[in-house]
Design a protein around this ligand. Structure first.
Ligand SMILES: [Zn+2]
Length: 191
């Protein structure tokens, strides 16, 4: 039960732009308070009274309540909220790896995350900054091989020039979610 209530729910603003990930618990509060409508997989909207009459799709998708079960919403539409979020992508290890598609920027390998490092293109010891333009994902082997050299000195080539991503909230949401539901797909495209 606790688990179900903390599952992620995609929250959309009035114009159907993703604004955040919330929880099933919060989703029911919003739905019950008529601050939001639930969307089913076909994009149909339901208020709380309509939603509670839906049959849960299967056991995994149901919240047991007295006298039956509530279907778990996966997407919520805030029908009165139209502010578009503008969130800068934070410079973190995880986000750099996400930008680089978890691929070593020197050899192109995609080892497991734990075997990836963050490499300073211009080494830190030589004034290289912690910036989007100076940090890349590198596998251990390449990271070690490059050491305190620049790519030129180490005779290594970057797959592409590192850049500050222009991600929308969509990417933030993808980053934040360990689980994804097929109901989210129409709203998480592009970005
Ligand atoms: Zn590598």
């Amino acid at each position: 039960m606790t688990d179900i209530l903390s599952q992620p729910v995609l929250i959309l603003n009035r114009v159907f732009a993703p604004v955040q990930l919330s929880t099933v618990k919060r989703a029911f509060v919003l739905l019950y308070g008529d601050s939001a409508r639930a969307l089913d997989a076909n994009g149909e909207e339901y208020d709380f009274e309509e939603w509670r009459r839906l049959t849960p799709l299967d056991d995994d998708e149901a919240l047991p309540i007295i006298g039956g079960a509530l279907r778990i919403p996966r997407v919520l539409h805030l029908h009165r909220y139209d502010r578009t979020p503008r969130v800068a992508v934070r410079l973190t290890r995880r986000n750099v790896m996400f930008r680089d598609q978890q691929q070593c920027q020197y050899c192109g390998k995609q080892p497991p995350l734990r075997e990836l490092n963050i490499d300073h293109v211009m080494p830190k010891s030589r004034g290289g900054a912690d910036t989007w333009e100076n940090l890349v994902t590198a596998c251990r082997v390449c990271n070690l091989r490059k050491g305190w050299k620049t790519p030129d000195e180490a005779n290594m080539r970057l797959a592409r020039r590192p850049f500050r991503p222009k991600w929308s909230m969509t990417a933030q949401i993808l980053l934040g979610a360990a689980t994804k539901y097929h109901e989210w797909e129409p709203f998480l495209q592009a970005g």
